[in-house]
Design a protein around this ligand. Sequence first.
Ligand code: SAH
Length: 255
Amino acid sequence: MTENAKPRAEDALRNIRIVLVGPTHPGNIGGAARAMKNSGLSDLRLVAPRLFPHPDADARAAGAEEILAQAVVVDTLEAAIADCHLVVGASARSRTIPLSSFAPDETARSLLSVAYTAPVALVFGRERTGLTNSELDRCQQLVMIPANPVFSSLNLAAAVQVLGYELYKALVGQSVKAHASRAATRAEMHHFYGHLERVLIDLEFLNPAAPRKLMRRIMRLVDRSRPDSNEINILEGILTAIERLGHGPSSPRNT
Ligand code: SAH
C-alpha cells in the first residue's frame, strides 16, 4: 500500500474479481464489463465463454472495452479463483444443502472487508442454467438478489450491475475496516479438506460410498469461520497427529 497506512478504496476495488462462468451470449459479457466500469471494478475472468472476443461484446461494453481487453479467459472455475480468499456465488435459486445466503448489501460488506488486503471473487453462472452444484461447492457463500419469486432470474449483466452497485455504495458510504489476518486461500482450504476427508475415511467416520453430503456440511461449517493460514496449519497438524496415532507401532489397527 502507500506511506499512508489507511486502506484505500482503489486497493479494494482492484482486489474484487468478477467471474462469469460459461457465458453464452457475448453481449452479456460486454454488458457486464460496462456495469463493472460503472462500479469502479476492472478484474474480469471468463470461464470457457462460448464466444469471446466478439463484436457484440464490444458493442455492449460501450466505453468499457479496456475491461474486455484485459479480461482473462480460463478453462475452469477453480483456475479463476485459486488465489482468492473469499468466493461468493450469485444465484437466483436456493439449494437442498443451502450455503449461507446473504443479501447484496451484506455481501458487499463482507467482500470489501477482505478485499482491502487480498483478492476476492464474485461468481456468476450461465444464462440458462446458472452454476452447477460442483461450482457452488467452490463458493463459500451465496448472494441472492431479492426479486419476484415467480420470476427471480435477472439478466446476467443486470445481476453484475446490481452487485457492482452495492459494492460501490458500500465503499463510498463507509470506511470498511480491513481484517487483521488474511483468510487462507482456496487452494490451502482445498488441500485441508482433502486431508480431512482421507482421515475421516481412515477413521471409518465417513463412508466413501456416500461421502458428499457430510463433507459439504463440514466445508460449510469451517468456511463460515474464515480461518487464516495459521489456523489451517494447526488443523492440518492435528490431522497429521491423528494419522500418526492410527499408523503407530502399538496401534490396534495395525495388529
Ligand atoms: N436460470 C438460471 C439463471 C441464470 S441467470 C438459474 O436458475 O440459476 C445468470 C446468472 O445471473 C446466475 O447464474 C446468477 O449468477 C446471476 N443472477 C441472476 N439472477 C440473480 C438473482 N436474483 N440473484 C443473484 N444472482 C442472480
